[in-house]
Design a protein around this ligand. Structure first.
Ligand SMILES: *[C@@H]1O[C@H](CO)[C@@H](O)[C@H](O)[C@H]1NC(C)=O
Ligand SMILES: *[C@@H]1O[C@H](CO)[C@@H](O)[C@H](O)[C@H]1NC(C)=O
Ligand SMILES: *[C@@H]1O[C@H](CO)[C@@H](O)[C@H](O)[C@H]1NC(C)=O
Ligand SMILES: *[C@@H]1O[C@H](CO)[C@@H](O)[C@H](O)[C@H]1NC(C)=O
Ligand SMILES: *[C@@H]1O[C@H](CO)[C@@H](O)[C@H](O)[C@H]1NC(C)=O
Ligand SMILES: *[C@@H]1O[C@H](CO)[C@@H](O)[C@H](O)[C@H]1NC(C)=O
Length: 464
């Protein structure tokens, strides 16, 4: 891997002369122009708006590494809503709204039949987040037969709340919704953190205490599990713990989006609770951990780095997008928990400049790689790479005008606490009529194999 990358480097250097991006963070026009290119290049991967194609999803199904899982498309629509807020560019709003409408599913809770069999709690969360972003950004509800943005997020919440499981580990959400999927045994941070963040945002938007109580319950379950561990004065949040062993073992991997999802949710709770110091303490600990791990000292403590997979060049398509979420969620945190602004903004700005320096690849000379800590294109490109650079550069434009709306500060998305509740609730029942096929099982297993493949690759690299 290293030798093949080295041989790419001189070539990349030449290509970068063609279209490389010039970013001046002190110029709003420069930021707008750069992010417009990044968004355009990201959307070249999307064909769901062409006739005969399926709106909302990225190329798949995932039989090889060049595909994108359904969740990442949901994440991309959320990123484009933020892009519109950062820059005022409405170009992609029609595609965003069409996508968020098309993938709603028959139970109006982002569990569409094409995706349902492989759906994890975290997958559904990223679509719920996008709906929530629409509500918080003040995008008008579509109206007619379409549920409101807020009610879509509430329907996701209603579907998931029944999945809380106390039979093992004293609580927690399992990664997978369905027991036949690989990974059902795991209780992971992004699924628990995803429900936590959704609860926190619903609490703040609606003022309904039930959501706030759940946010506290899920956070404190994670905090008291092995997922959270203090080490050398910093908070490590591990990726997952195994319910088959009653969560007495934990996988020692740290990912940037796990910190981001908890950080922004905690900022929502701090704001919702009128400044409860419990949340302030949590925010400070999360931000310190994220700063220590993902803005490593070796890159000046200011350049965001997905440290487990970037230097070894084996981040998969999921992992290549994680910095987008940490960036966007840090930006919102800096608005809702204002004392964090002076810590967060210098990191976003330095990372934005660094990210632009990595966007010198591909045929157009401006595709982004992952290694923001070098100006030499790392040879990778994809939706996640574009989304991450777009997010961190756009996020430097955050301002008080972009504070997420609530029902008392101008948000008018229709509240429906019972949304989606007509759905047949026992998830396993759905498949009794349509028994699962070998193909479905294989599809689910691939995700895990890919993850294990990446981690084995990582440890091999460390040993070398
Ligand atoms: C589909 O989206 C791409 C990228 O946003 C855009 O360039 C293209 O014009 C769109 N096509 C249609 C038919 O809307
Ligand atoms: C489900 O897949 C079928 C076949 O590809 C497609 O026609 C349909 O539009 C898809 N539905 C959704 C909601 O993605
Ligand atoms: C809700 O707010 C949006 C934008 O803030 C506005 O365009 C829309 O007309 C409002 N809808 C209602 C029913 O007030
Ligand atoms: C499983 O873990 C929970 C929480 O840590 C604990 O309360 C429970 O007693 C454990 N169950 C068994 C069978 O060890
Ligand atoms: C919560 O956010 C709103 C909107 O930005 C702000 O007016 C309010 O002061 C915040 N509350 C706290 C405790 O910071
Ligand atoms: C608050 O949310 C809970 C959970 O969805 C719901 O049961 C309850 O009716 C809601 N309360 C109000 C006043 O909307």
């Amino acid at each position: 891997m290293w030798s093949s990358l080295r041989s790419l480097v001189p070539l990349a250097g030449i290509i970068s002369m063609v279209g490389a991006i010039t970013l001046d963070l002190n110029s709003v026009d420069s930021v707008k122009s750069v992010t417009s290119s990044l968004a355009y290049d990201m959307m070249t991967y999307y064909s769901g708006n062409l006739s005969g194609q399926v709106p909302g999803i990225l190329p798949g199904p995932c039989e090889d590494v060049s595909c994108y899982y359904w969740w990442e498309a949901g994440a991309m629509w959320g990123a484009l809503i933020n892009y519109w807020q950062y820059t005022g560019d409405e170009s992609y709003q029609p595609s965003v709204i069409e996508a968020l409408k098309f993938q709603i599913g028959p139970d109006e809770n982002y569990n569409p039949p094409n995706q349902s069999k492989n759906m994890g709690v975290d997958d559904q969360d990223f679509w719920g987040f996008a709906a929530m972003e629409a509500a918080e950004a003040g995008i008008p509800d579509v109206g007619g037969k379409f549920p409101s943005w807020l009610s879509l997020a509430q329907a996701v919440w209603n579907f998931q709340v029944d999945l809380w499981e106390t039979a093992t580990c004293g609580g927690g959400f399992r990664w997978q919704v369905y027991s036949f999927n690989a990974g059902y045994n795991l209780k992971n941070t992004i699924s628990n953190g995803g429900f936590f963040q959704l609860s926190a945002r619903l609490a703040r938007y609606t003022g309904n205490q039930t959501y706030a109580d759940w946010a506290e319950k899920v956070y404190s379950w994670m905090e008291n599990s092995l997922l959270f561990q203090m080490q050398d004065g910093h908070l490590y949040i591990w990726d997952n713990t195994d319910a088959d062993g009653n969560c007495t073992q934990v996988e020692h991997y740290v990912w940037s989006y796990n910190y981001g999802v908890l950080l922004m949710g905690s900022a929502m709770m701090w704001n919702h609770s009128n400044g409860d110091t419990k949340w302030q303490t949590r925010i400070n600990s999360l931000l310190d951990g994220a700063s220590f791990l993902f803005f490593p000292a070796e890159h000046g403590s200011t350049i965001m780095t997905e440290m487990l997979c970037e230097s070894s060049s084996n981040c998969n398509n999921d992992q290549s997008s994680f910095k987008a979420y940490l960036g966007r969620w840090m930006a919102v945190t800096s608005l809702l928990a204002p004392w964090t602004y002076d810590t967060i903004m210098p990191k976003l700005r330095a990372s934005a400049t660094a990210a632009a320096g990595q966007c010198t690849g591909g045929d157009n000379g401006r595709m982004c790689g992952r290694q923001w800590y070098t100006n030499v294109w790392d040879g990778s490109k994809g939706v996640g790479q574009q989304m991450s650079a777009l997010a961190v550069i756009g996020a430097t434009q955050i301002s008080s005008k972009m504070v997420p709306l609530t029902s008392t500060t101008g948000g008018n998305s229709t509240n429906d606490p019972d949304a989606g509740n007509d759905a047949a609730h026992n998830p396993e029942d759905e498949f009794k009529k349509n028994p699962i096929t070998t193909g479905d099982r294989a599809g689910a297993a691939i995700l895990t194999i890919l993850i294990i493949g990446a981690l084995v690759g990582l440890s091999v690299w460390i040993v070398l």
